[in-house]
Design a protein around this ligand. Sequence first.
Ligand SMILES: N[C@@H](CCC(=O)N[C@@H](CS)C(=O)NCC(=O)O)C(=O)O
Length: 245
Amino acid sequence: MKLLEFPHSHYCEKARWALDSKGLKFQAIALMPGYHIFTVRKYAQDTSVPVLLDAHHAVQGSSAIIDYLDNKYPSYLLSPKDPQQLAYCLQLEEQMDKIMGENIRTILYYSLLAYPKFIRHCFTHSMPRVKQGIFQIFYPILRKKIYKSYVISEEKYNEARYNFEQAMEEIAQIIAQQPYLLGDQFSRADVSIASMLSLLVMPEQHPFPWQDVPDKQAREFLNSYKGHPVFKWTENIYQKHRIRS
Ligand SMILES: N[C@@H](CCC(=O)N[C@@H](CS)C(=O)NCC(=O)O)C(=O)O
């Protein structure tokens, strides 16, 4: 199996985690941003990663990848079997993939796009030097594209800060009562939300080689959540459940 990815992407981390949790061997293939659309479009309708390639199947999107893997490899399930729990789980996953996942991306890119070396590391650390050089050359174009797609404006940044905070409080209320988002059972909801927060927590069990964040505003944002119960919960979930195959 192959996973088309951007190494630092929290949605790609979610897909990798699902593969690892089932003990499946796969090759993660980092794509060059911008050019990725030509590769991804060979297999899928949209241009986004992750995309899982398994024999004759191409599965795009982190949630669809979990659906596919649970269906094909049911001996260890991430989806709950009970239909009511499943409906709640999928709704929470979808909501938090959006509110946590999209907003943390906006917040971090807002400050960090000004640091080409840092962004180059995020996308190309596993690539040969020549590709890193190509990334550097095209970065000014890519920077504008990322800003336009994911940051948009200062107003959107402020909205993202507010919405992210609300989502953190919502999750804090759930995990105050129970160890996992569905109660006593570890599930895809935990994988999803912990993955969305991997960019905040930067856990050591995560396969990405984290670098120090070069920007003061971004550092202040990250540090402001260090004592938060959901930050600690994410660290614990990573420690207990992020086993790499
Ligand atoms: N809902 C999707 C979101 C995936 C997504 O937003 N991927 C971003 C990277 S974080 C991407 O590939 N962006 C480039 C593009 O859409 O062409 C999922 O869960 O996989």
